[in-house]
Design a protein around this ligand. Structure first.
Ligand code: 8HG
Length: 307
């Protein structure tokens, strides 16, 4: 566990004596799209239909606009605070090469985000740049998400499955998601239709696919990786991101252009395929592959490494 205890105060909750927790490392390491750094270095973001502000003061972390119940029900798990990241970092730092990236991103924690939001977000991420991904997700949220207010400003929750199930392909196309609109539309309708059929107790027949995200989350790492790729617009890389950032599958190793450069820079020959890089990393880092990947991604991107 990476904190001692919590205290409630009038505007929120204070997490006392927190370890392995740096706001820029957590929010700018590539895993999330809805958190913004403020002029005072706090971050404001939206998750699980709520808006919060997070501040680090010495070894304490302040969460504004949250109650103790919110902390226990949402933010404790969201920030993965029950995990001891010192153990993970020690283990990964046995690899002399990885040590440098771990030191650089020493305050990274892998957020446990909402699977539906992350499925849609990472379909948008394919062949896309982070500022464009963020913009598209904000557009979708401001059009169909719940309105939230905090300190006189308006924020928008990521829309629910029900909210998005009503949209036409044209409406999704108008959000700046390009060729991915049809994948998003198709994915939403598969998940929604499956949910509606389950409500009237329709049984799955032999060979039919189970599109329920909680079910997919309950599978083993390899089965989960495979099941996610049944959706259109989800290949091995996007599946790895979804399972790592929202399904607690830590042997995932998404290889995008930055991780590819990092692997080539540190470990492998330039002509190795993405699949081989993934296999190499999973062999080497095992159940900690996802963490290793995040330290590498953050290091490579922040330092603009070239091979
Ligand atoms: O955290 C991430 N890890 C990896 N491997 N890839 C990511 C992360 N976040 C993120 O947006 N990407 C992808 O990288 C999306 C997009 O294809 C590209 C942007 O650099």
């Amino acid at each position: 566990m990476d904190f001692k205890y919590i205290e409630e105060f009038k505007d929120g909750v204070i997490i006392k004596e927190v370890k392995n927790f740096e706001l820029p490392h957590i929010f700018d390491c590539g895993q999330c799209f809805r958190w913004e750094r403020q002029e005072n270095d706090n971050y404001i973001g939206v998750a699980f239909q709520r808006v919060i502000e997070v501040e680090k003061r010495g070894n304490d972390v302040y969460i504004y606009n949250a109650t103790k119940d919110d902390f226990n029900n949402i933010w404790l798990e969201f920030f993965d605070l029950n995990r001891d990241y010192s153990d993970i970092k020690n283990e990964l730092s046995n690899d002399e090469i990885l040590k440098k990236s771990v030191e650089f991103g020493h305050g990274i924690r892998l957020l446990k985000q909402d699977p539906f939001e992350i499925v849609i977000s990472f379909i948008i991420s394919a062949n896309n740049r982070i500022p464009m991904i963020r913009r598209a997700i904000n557009t979708i949220s401001s059009k169909w998400g719940k309105t939230l207010s905090y300190n006189g400003k308006t924020y928008y929750a990521f829309p629910t499955l029900e909210d998005l199930s009503k949209l036409s392909l044209e409406e999704i196309e108008a959000c700046g998601v390009g060729f991915r609109a049809k994948y998003i539309h198709d994915t939403i309708s598969k998940i929604y239709k499956f949910q509606e059929e389950a409500k009237v107790c329709k049984m799955l027949s032999e060979g039919e696919i189970n599109w329920d995200l909680s079910y997919i989350k309950s599978l083993s790492d390899d089965e989960c990786h495979k099941a996610l790729q049944n959706f259109s617009g989800i290949g091995p890389k996007v599946a790895d991101c979804i399972m790592l950032f929202s399904m607690e599958k830590y042997s995932a190793f998404p290889v995008d252009v930055w991780v590819k450069r990092a692997m080539q820079h540190f470990y492998l020959a330039p002509d190795v395929s993405l699949k081989k890089m993934r296999d190499f990393a999973r062999d080497k880092f095992g159940d900690l592959s996802g963490f290793a990947q995040q330290y590498l991604f953050y290091y490579a991107r922040e330092n603009n490494i070239k091979i």
